[in-house]
Ligand binder design. Structure first.
Ligand code: SF4
Length: 393
């Protein structure tokens, strides 16, 4: 094995280990490494992690428990006809796996997450629980003003938890750290879009997942190392078709599903996994009022997703069409968690937008612990074949 291949394998193995560890040993060890350290968890899809970082605390992304935990207690709190992420997250809490967490941010994405924030408050009264509301009106004078107030409230709450003020200077420095992380994450995505055989999505996914539990500086180093190793390692290019995966912005699919899509003959050249990593597009300015800069970036330069309101019907679905164009994709696979209202309600409109420009698509649903991947492989494989056989160049 070449040096770059073994380095690459070591990076991926480390990320896999972090992914598999439902006991969260690494963030737990981070907290124990120095007295007074605090950890603030957050759920998908977006929270301004810069604020947590500027308070000297560790932001910890909690994306459910995947396939690695049997949900026993969590089911008692929710009806069966909702997605799985709130139940497995509760399971992590009730079994004490999140017992070292000092704060928990629940971003505004859907009623399920909103209700989970209330349940968390009742179950864990000593934890700082904050429902982080975001505007669905993107005018500066309306949603912008509202969002700035939300950011101030969050900053003050986190400062109280940390026991020290979050200064503008510290926040500017944290914005710079996250700018670097976003740049590197975008570079990984760009490499995959250009040469997906060099950066398979099953690897890219694990790499981004590592960013949920590692300190951001360490994650940035890992991204840079992966980029260097992936570029140096020649890998065979296959006759796969290029597809965009959409609808996975909250409860994450099992890793097996991502692998099944790849093994069926598809290169994933864009996706909406872990949007928090790339939510703000481009650098957030580090000069001036840092809260105003974060607010402006959220309002005017953030990712499009089904969880964001688009009042203009003519623009509905444009972002998926653009993603196809930008990544030179040949089709779209809609994959969404079962019972996910934001993803599934929007899907027909996204499909119509693709139909209007003749982009083929298929769709299926999953749960984070779905085990049987053969049907997905068959469906995605047939889709890939049909693109190769019948799509016009
Ligand atoms: S998977 Fe969908 S419905 Fe479930 S919590 Fe996430 S956004 Fe809400």
């Amino acid at each position: 094995m070449s040096a770059s291949a073994s380095h690459l394998a070591a990076i991926v193995a480390r990320c896999q280990q972090l992914f598999d560890d439902v006991d969260l040993a690494v963030p737990r060890a981070w907290k124990e490494a120095a007295p007074g350290r605090k950890v603030v968890a957050y759920m998908p899809i977006y929270v301004p992690r810069e604020l947590v970082h500027a308070a000297g605390m560790l932001p910890l992304g909690v994306l459910g428990a995947g396939e690695n935990l049997e949900v026993i207690h969590g089911d008692a709190y929710y009806q069966s006809y909702i997605c799985r992420i709130p139940r497995s997250t509760l399971e992590l809490g009730i079994t004490g796996r999140l017992g070292f967490v000092d704060g928990f941010l629940f971003p505004s994405i859907c009623d399920v997450i909103r209700n989970l924030s209330g349940i968390w408050k009742l179950l864990f009264p000593k934890v700082y629980v904050h429902y982080f509301d975001v505007p669905q009106n993107f005018a500066d004078a309306v949603g912008g003003e509202y969002y700035l107030n939300e950011l101030r409230e969050l900053r003050d709450g986190l400062a109280e938890l940390a026991g020290r003020p979050i200064t503008d200077e510290a926040l500017r420095a944290s914005i710079a750290v996250y700018n670097e992380n976003r740049r590197l994450a975008n570079e990984v995505y760009a490499l995959r879009a250009k040469a997906p055989w060099l950066a398979p999505t099953s690897e890219v996914y694990l790499l981004m997942r590592a960013g949920m539990v590692l300190p951001v500086e360490e994650h940035s180093r890992l991204l840079a190392e992966y980029l260097a190793a992936a570029r140096a390692e020649p890998r065979p290019r296959r006759d796969n078709c290029r597809i965009v995966v959409n609808g996975v912005f909250c409860e994450q699919p099992p890793l097996g599903l991502i692998k099944a899509i790849e093994m069926s003959g598809c290169y994933v050249v864009d996706d909406d996994f872990m949007l928090v990593t790339r939510w703000l597009q481009g650098d957030v300015p580090t000069a001036g009022d840092p809260l105003a800069n974060l607010a402006a970036a959220f309002l005017h330069r953030s990712m499009e997703t089904s969880a964001k309101y688009q009042p203009d019907q003519a623009l509905k679905g444009k972002y998926v069409v653009d993603a196809v164009k930008d990544a030179r994709a040949e089709g779209v696979i809609f994959a969404a968690p079962s019972f996910c209202d934001p993803a599934l309600l929007e899907r027909p409109m996204l499909e119509s937008a693709l139909d209007r420009v003749d982009v083929p698509h298929i769709g299926f649903k999953y749960a984070e612990n779905s085990a049987q991947m053969q049907p997905v492989r068959e469906q995605a494989g047939t889709f890939a074949d049909s693109i190769k056989l019948w799509s016009t160049p």
